[in-house]
Ligand binder design. Structure first.
Ligand SMILES: Cc1cc2nc3c(=O)[nH]c(=O)nc-3n(C[C@H](O)[C@H](O)[C@H](O)COP(=O)(O)O)c2cc1C
Ligand code: SF4
Length: 675
């Protein structure tokens, strides 16, 4: 057995020279908007702490997120303004913090053009005023004076970035923004010198590149983030993207390309979720690299060092770009370089906190890394040893229980975990069985590795008793006993029997018990999938959507209803769109805004909640209920009074059932602060 991976990733850990900049390794933190900016457009202290964390984690190069170069080109209210000289000082704070750890930092410059995250943006600028724009907002067709203004603002922004101390500049002709919009034959229908043909469409990009190059030291690296293929039916393809690359390279002004793909219309190609296999974007970088002379940075769903090393070995790229992997684990580079691969916390590709937050102009977070975006207070580097070491028993080895165990053990406490099942993982064990959701198990895999390294004892198949707690002399008990699904079956013992008008309870309670089941029972195999299944999705999460796909894969005919406007209404947009595509291909019928009114024999009587129009689905032999969960809190209720000599806490779903990200963060914060 290999004990250490040190020295295993020769290429990944090898230095590289980009222009006049020496990078200590090949790991690049890809630019990503974080929504951390102050409202006056300056970088915040949150920015500083966030990027410093990745620099301290050993990253070779950090490319600071898209910077607005023009007052009219801010993608969000929380974008930072590179054009504004007043911000130079706060940019320097970020740069210096990164430099202190030996990493280099470039600044990505953009004008967001027709793309926006704002709900009520000001006038958006575009090459043309199209009938169909990438957003629901119409654009202003830019006048020549506007174009000249944009070019001079790019130059001014570059000047400010040099003054702030950045090591290089990257211009974004990427998946969003004005420059790609001009380059795109679909979006640019101009008939003047900035449109009409390929040369015209490339003109603004080339003029921006030349203007920026003039403002920065001649040896300073200047790169281009290039959308190689838009991947839409109407957009440009990789051949066109390569023609763009060649034209840009011909200018001799730039030192590298950073690969990219997709547009706002299909942003699952920009930020591919876990339904895309790891490495499935390699062909894009490979095509780019084989057509240009200058160095190329790879992108898209690269997590494992094996994958990264093989990209470098095959010559498909010179540097490995990672955004989400380093959001999930800021110390990734250090772990790889020091041969501690077994300590890596892998990104689960769910997009549920990073892009989900940012797309709603909320500060970036991470499902798997509770400190992401909160490094100022909750950095893992700020975890301290406990003043008094305590003997702590944790009941439940789901994500919340394991997370609390990890951090309490890290702080020096003696931690023992008791789990009544024979496996750790709780609900995640079932969630990972849903199609395209398997990577969620990386959360448990990481916590298993981490707790084992820290010497946490985990006892499986043990029903905890007060006698056992006395026996092990636990001073503190943390209950993480999870939750169970609501079924509304009349056989279930519900603590709360009150009438709930408008809920499903009255309908479901009158149905034959055997017909009604829960997603947990289906996924665990304790109930066989029916032939003709009605699934009620009121949670809008993977629970309903993923179980519907699981059933369809098992051969069931599936009908999914929800009173929400869509099925899977709380899924991150890319995941929801991709779910819809797959579900419809599999013949799953999706019926949003629909309620089950009653069951007559085997017929389900349904109603559109807006029109009140009724309809039936015949011969339903199974109803899968995904309407919510209930806390498993009986131990807490019983012990809070019985065990007065001990400190008792509860966390996670046992307090209130929530999403994975919420319970992990709660567990982390609890353990971080526990005294
Ligand atoms: C929250 C978020 C924001 C992003 N914002 C930017 C951005 O500002 N500029 C950019 O070029 N790419 C942006 N991206 C795309 C990433 O740079 C990267 O190409 C993409 O996430 C795929 O790589 P990954 O699988 O390593 O995450 C963003 C990605 C995420 C997750
Ligand atoms: S939120 Fe999920 S997809 Fe985003 S970085 Fe974290 S683990 Fe990865």
């Amino acid at each position: 057995m290999e004990l250490s991976s040190k020295g295993k990733w020769d290429l990944l850990s090898s230095p590289f020279k980009l222009g006049n900049v020496d990078l200590k390794n090949r790991i690049v933190f890809q630019p990503h908007f974080t929504s951390f900016g102050n409202e006056d457009g300056s970088p915040s202290e949150t920015h500083r702490a966030y990027y410093e964390e990745r620099a301290a984690g050993g990253t070779g190069l950090i490319i600071f997120e898209s910077q607005a170069t023009h007052p009219n080109g801010r993608i969000s209210r929380y974008a930072t303004n590179a054009w504004d000289e007043c911000n130079i000082k706060s940019y320097s704070n970020v740069v210096n913090a990164v430099h202190n750890h030996g990493a280099k930092i470039f600044s990505q410059l953009t004008h967001s053009g027709p793309d926006t995250l704002m709900i009520r943006p000001s006038i958006l600028w575009g090459p043309s005023q199209l009938d169909e724009s990438p957003t629901t907002f119409r654009t202003k067709k830019m006048e020549i004076a506007d174009i000249e203004d944009v070019i001079s603002h790019f130059a001014q922004s570059a000047r400010n970035m040099v003054e702030a101390g950045f090591d290089g500049i990257e211009i974004k002709i990427g998946h969003d923004g004005l420059l790609r919009a001009f380059a795109s034959p679909f979006l640019n229908t101009r008939l003047d010198q900035y449109g009409q043909n390929f040369d015209g469409r490339m003109r603004i990009s080339l003029e921006v590149i030349a203007a920026v190059r003039k403002e920065i030291p001649s040896e300073m690296p200047l790169g281009v983030r290039l959308c190689v293929s838009e991947f839409t039916e109407w957009g440009y393809d990789a051949d066109y993207g390569i023609a763009m690359a060649k034209e840009i390279e011909k200018s001799t002004h730039i030192n590298y390309f950073n690969a990219d793909a997709g547009t706002a219309a299909n942003y699952w190609m920009q930020i591919p979720p876990a339904s895309f296999d790891e490495g499935s974007f390699r062909h894009i970088t490979k095509k780019l690299k084989s057509n240009v002379e200058i160095p190329v940075i790879s992108f898209g769903r690269i997590k494992h060092p094996e994958q990264a090393e093989s990209i470098l070995k095959s010559g498909e790229a010179d540097l490995i770009g990672m955004a989400r992997q380093l959001i999930a684990d800021p110390a990734y580079a250090k772990k790889v370089l020091e041969g501690k691969d077994d300590e890596i916390r892998y990104c689960i590709g769910g997009n549920d906190s990073c892009i989900f937050q940012v797309a709603n102009e909320q500060p970036l977070r991470c499902d798997h890394n509770p400190s992401a975006g909160r490094e100022l207070i909750f950095s893992e580097r700020l975890i301290t040893k406990a003043r008094t070491v305590k003997n702590i028993a944790i009941v439940g080895a789901g994500p919340a229980g394991l997370k609390v165990a990890e951090i309490l053990a890290l702080r020096g406490h003696t931690v023992t975990v008791f789990e009544k099942d024979n496996n750790v993982g709780g609900q995640v064990l079932l969630a990972q069985l849903q199609p395209y959701h398997v990577e969620i198990y990386d959360v448990i895999d990481y916590l298993k590795r981490a707790t084992s390294k820290l010497g946490v004892e985990i006892h499986l198949g043990v029903e905890i008793t007060t006698d056992l707690l006395e026996e092990i002399d636990a001073e503190v008990i943390v209950l993480a006993t999870g939750s169970s699904p609501i079924s509304y079956r009349h056989s279930d013992e519900l603590s709360d029997k009150s009438e709930m008008p408008g809920s499903y309870r009255n309908v479901i309670q009158n149905i034959d018990c055997e017909t009604v089941t829960t997603s947990d029972e289906i996924l665990s195999g304790s109930k066989n999938p029916g032939k003709n299944v009605l699934l009620i999705d009121e949670m809008g999460s993977w629970d309903g959507a993923g179980t519907a796909e699981f059933l369809a894969n098992a051969g069931s005919q599936v009908h999914v209803i929800s009173s929400h406007f869509s099925i899977g209404s709380s899924l991150e947009t890319a995941n929801q769109v991709l779910f819809y595509k797959r579900a419809l291909e599999k013949g799953i019928s999706l019926l949003p805004s629909t309620k089950l009114i009653k069951i007559t024999g085997t017929n389900a009587n349904l109603e559109n909640i807006h029109s009140k129009m009724g309809f039936q689905i015949m011969d339903v032999d199974q109803i899968v209920v995904s309407v919510g969960r209930r806390s498993e809190d009986s131990l807490y209720v019983n012990w809070a009074e019985a065990l007065t000599s001990k400190q008792i806490f509860r966390i996670g779903d046992s307090v209130a059932p929530r999403m994975l990200r919420d319970v992990l963060r709660e567990a982390y914060d609890f353990a971080f602060r526990f005294e």
